[in-house]
Write a protein that binds this ligand. Structure first.
Ligand SMILES: [Zn+2]
Length: 398
């Protein structure tokens, strides 16, 4: 357990032991890297004030046009990569770059662990709206075993998706000679409001390991899996199966002229709800007929049967579920009040993702009993108490 302790558990221990909730939205101070000011307001909300009052969005759009001009190709080659699942956010970015700004985007997709029907439909519709796509689907035998390792040792099976989602587009960019890679939103700026990232159009690769890879490289994870508990054997993969799990080295990226992850949210004010409206009109995007478990919306993160467990485990580790993120964004965007957000939190936050539970157990090849043992091993002591045999948050939102 030294491996686990040295990474995620340390992160869990580093958050404040006293839980505080933002006075304006519904996020708590348990979010890694978030900052609360003297008035009890989080840096995500302060960043929204800054975006609403201080950012010159016309100037930012001019910056975008200049950046695109530098990269635009007229020789029949792609000039920008957009990692896209066909969801509302990446669909919006790709469609805008192609049809508003006249770029030649290639959309690339790192496959979900297991597609939902609505995920496949939206993925196909986005391509049919006029975008070329390359889909990468990793070696399934290896991916499932790596997902189990990630679930047990990092508290997040979905980590395997994150590795490829970030690495694969840059491997493709390097191989295809494309220098610009555009993601949608900068989570650090949008959700944690880290002042260091608010005014940066891109994030260089050296910062990815700490922020996105849970403080350890893919090779460290692989090495651990080969040496412990029979998680993995060398028969499970060939070296070539591993290419897309790792980003190119920093010097390879700079040699290829690739600066890092560019964020559309730096250049255009980011509103998930407006992206949704845009994509229903332009990319054939359809919401789910039913709301996603753990929240109230029908249009976010719909592609993967497994990602409900990513949010659920985050709720266990940090007390931060899926509803909190959407409600906080919508409060900041002025779509709902804090009071409405709190009511939604009481109703949906932490709801167990039962719909695909069986699929999740089968995917990881584990029993239900083992699942709960792992989940309980991740409960932070300062957040959870057992009351009459049931786990409850000690400091729920008020
Ligand atoms: Zn806030």
């Amino acid at each position: 357990m030294k491996f686990k302790r040295s990474n995620i558990e340390q992160q869990v221990q580093q958050v404040p032991q006293e839980v505080k909730w933002c006075k304006k939205c519904v996020v708590s101070n348990q979010r890694p890297r978030i900052i609360f000011d003297d008035e009890g307001v989080c840096s995500g909300c302060r960043n929204t004030d800054y975006k609403n009052n201080d950012v010159d969005w016309d100037a930012r759009e001019k910056e975008l046009v200049e950046l695109l001009e530098q990269h635009r190709r007229t020789d029949g080659h792609w000039d920008v990569i957009v990692p896209s699942s066909g969801g509302k956010d990446s669909g919006y970015v790709a469609h805008q770059l192609r049809y508003k700004y006249g770029m030649n985007p290639l959309t690339v997709t790192w496959s979900p662990l297991q597609y939902t029907n609505i995920g496949i439909q939206n993925f196909t519709a986005c391509i049919d709206s006029g975008l070329t796509n390359i889909l990468a689907t990793p070696n399934g035998r290896f991916q499932r075993k790596l997902a189990r390792l990630s679930f047990e040792e990092l508290g997040d099976a979905f980590h395997v998706f994150v590795l490829g989602q970030l690495s694969y587009p840059f491997q493709m960019a390097k191989r295809l000679g494309i220098k610009l890679v555009f993601y949608g939103e900068n989570g650090e700026a949008e959700y944690a409001g880290d002042p260091e990232y608010v005014d940066k159009p891109y994030k260089p690769s050296k910062e990815w390991v700490g922020q996105h890879f849970k403080g350890l490289t893919f090779r460290e994870l692989l090495d651990y899996g080969l040496k412990n508990k029979d998680y993995l054997t060398e028969d499970d993969y060939a070296e070539s199966d591993l290419i897309f799990y790792e980003p190119p080295a920093a010097d390879e990226l700079s040699e290829a002229g690739i600066k890092g992850i560019h964020f559309f949210s730096y250049f255009h004010k980011w509103s998930p709800q407006e992206n949704y409206y845009y994509c229903t009109e332009h990319t054939g995007f359809k919401p789910n007929p039913e709301r996603s478990e753990g929240t109230y919306s029908k249009y976010s993160s719909l592609d993967d049967k497994m990602d409900g467990f990513h949010y659920y485990l985050r709720y266990i580790k940090f007390g931060l579920g899926r509803c909190l993120e959407e409600a906080s964004h919508e409060i900041r965007d002025g779509h709902i009040t804090r009071e409405e957000g709190v009511a939604l939190m009481r109703r949906y936050e932490g709801e167990f993702p039962a719909k695909y539970f069986k699929d999740f157990l089968e995917y990881l090849d584990i029993t239900e009993e083992h699942f709960w043992d792992v989940v309980d091993s991740w409960r932070a002591d300062h957040l959870w108490a057992k009351v009459d045999g049931k786990w409850e948050l000690k400091h729920p939102i008020v």
